[in-house]
Design a protein around this ligand. Structure first.
Ligand code: DX5
Ligand code: ZN
Length: 219
């Protein structure tokens, strides 16, 4: 079986030492750089935008997993493709025409991701799952790092995994928010393929070792 991917979220990095933290991820056992873009409308917080993503991309050696927490994300699909995004995730709740948005992301040569807020049922992806490369299940309410994991996520992972198998899709399940060494194994046992971790990695004494430990625990 494929090993679990670890995607450290740079939202928890030290922005004064961004290059150092991106290079730490490069040299670690991490698989993707997780990049959270927030607009202050879809979520209450504003994180960083295009110039910062460009700076991250300049130093990043692993795929860029860009998580857009913005309204009307169609406006910026081409921009993020040009910035070097490999996976571009939009929020289900922010898309009026999700199917069209997914096609537009793929047309730009990126993998298409859909993020679901904690209140959004996975059943709503029944008719699009075959077009989705990555489903990002939010295990906290999006907008901030360092929040507590919502336990109902396990049930959503199981339901989504069953749907993916029933439909014969190859969609990856990504978990975003409150991931630690305490819930990593239960998440992968439930069917998760990618674990995003912000605070748990960057606030630890030895982030490189923490990534290694998380990957070993997740299996
Ligand atoms: C939250 C972001 C997450 C966040 C996770 O809106 O999408 O990626 O950085 O941070 P932790 O791991 O600290 O919950
Ligand atoms: Zn995220």
């Amino acid at each position: 079986m494929m090993s679990t991917k670890i995607a450290p979220s740079l939202l928890a990095a030290d922005f004064g030492n961004l290059q150092r933290d991106v290079e730490m991820v490069n040299q670690s056992e991490a698989d993707w750089h997780h990049i959270d873009v927030m607009d202050g409308l879809f979520v209450p917080n504003i994180s960083y935008g295009m110039p910062v993503v460009k700076a991250i991309a300049k130093h990043a050696a692993k795929p860029l997993d860009v998580h857009l927490m913005i309204v009307d994300p169609d406006r910026y699909i081409k921009t993020f493709s040009e910035l070097g995004a490999d996976v571009l995730s939009v929020h289900y709740e922010a898309c009026t025409h999700l199917h069209r948005t997914l096609q537009a992301i793929k047309a730009e040569g990126m993998k298409a991701g859909v993020a679901l807020n904690p209140h959004t049922s996975v059943a709503l992806l029944e008719d699009t799952i075959q077009d989705i490369d990555v489903v990002c299940l939010m295990s906290v309410n999006p907008g901030f790092g360092g929040q507590s994991f919502i336990e109902n996520t396990y049930e959503k992972v199981k339901q989504l995994k069953a749907m993916i198998q029933r439909k014969g899709a190859s969609t990856l399940i990504e978990i975003d928010g409150g991931v630690t060494s305490l819930n990593a194994k239960s998440l992968t046992d439930a069917g998760a393929d990618v674990l995003v971790a912000g605070s748990f990695v960057f606030k630890s004494a030895n982030p490189t070792q923490t990534i290694l430990d998380l990957k070993a625990i997740a299996g």
